[in-house]
Ligand binder design. Structure first.
Ligand SMILES: [Zn+2]
Length: 232
């Protein structure tokens, strides 16, 4: 088999694969819905985990504040006991009131942060459960879907193997070029010349190129770089 024939067959195999992949990617609405649910759950899970991490940093700060407030309150209490004069006592009393209030606030913040974390953790756990359930249902339907499309699955395997085999018959430079074209030129790496036009980019080829292609069997399009051959 000459290079041109290999390239043509390789193109046919890629065309077949593309059709099959399109068929296999058109999932029934139920599966699309489940797939969307899995993705939405994954996204929400990541958000919650980020928020939990943030809240845990806040929790540490709240704990430190609380410890500080306990110490300050104890200190104010001691000062109050030690105050001998009425003026001193009144000031110490005011100070203790203030410290007690600060301690209460710190304790409230700490408790609220703990509750918030607990609630997010519960949501996260439930989310994982429902996500896994969506995934399980999707996998179950996917297995049925693939069984229903057994012909395509078999053909896909066969064509994938054929692509590998044909590729191994080409030199590395040609194969790389071909694969790049398949990727970047709408799946078409080799196209026919019809009425002196490249059917890939619909550009008229210069006359010398037509002679060259007649002599050599295959050339590269000057405009879209695709491999060209003369249609019979
Ligand atoms: Zn072209």
């Amino acid at each position: 088999m000459n290079t041109l024939d290999i390239l043509k067959e390789l193109q046919a195999a890629h065309d077949g694969l593309r059709t099959i992949q399109r068929d296999l990617s058109i999932l029934p609405p139920e599966m699309v819905h489940l797939n969307t649910s899995v993705k939405a759950a994954d996204k929400r899970f990541q958000e919650i985990e980020k928020n939990i991490a943030k809240a845990k940093v806040q929790l540490e700060a709240a704990e430190r504040q609380c410890q500080q407030a306990v110490k300050s309150e104890a200190h104010a209490r001691k000062e109050l006991k030690a105050s001998a004069h009425k003026v001193q006592y009144t000031a110490a009393m005011r100070e203790l009131d203030e410290k007690e209030r600060q301690l209460e606030n710190a304790q409230r913040t700490l408790a609220e942060t703990k509750v918030a974390i607990k609630s997010m953790e519960t949501e996260s756990e439930n989310l994982v459960l429902s996500r896994n359930e969506y995934q399980r249902q999707f996998d179950e339907l996917h297995e049925i879907f693939l069984a229903e499309h057994e012909n395509q699955v078999v053909a896909k395997d066969r064509l994938t193997k054929q692509v590998d085999e044909l590729g191994s018959k080409l030199d590395a430079t040609t194969l790389n070029k071909f694969n790049r074209l398949v990727q970047n030129r709408g799946g078409k790496a080799i196209v026919a010349v019809e009425n002196s036009n490249c059917t890939g980019c619909n550009t008229k080829l210069r006359t010398p190129l037509i002679y060259q292609i007649k002599a050599e069997g295959s050339i590269i399009c000057e405009y879209c770089q695709r491999f060209l051959y003369l249609s019979q």
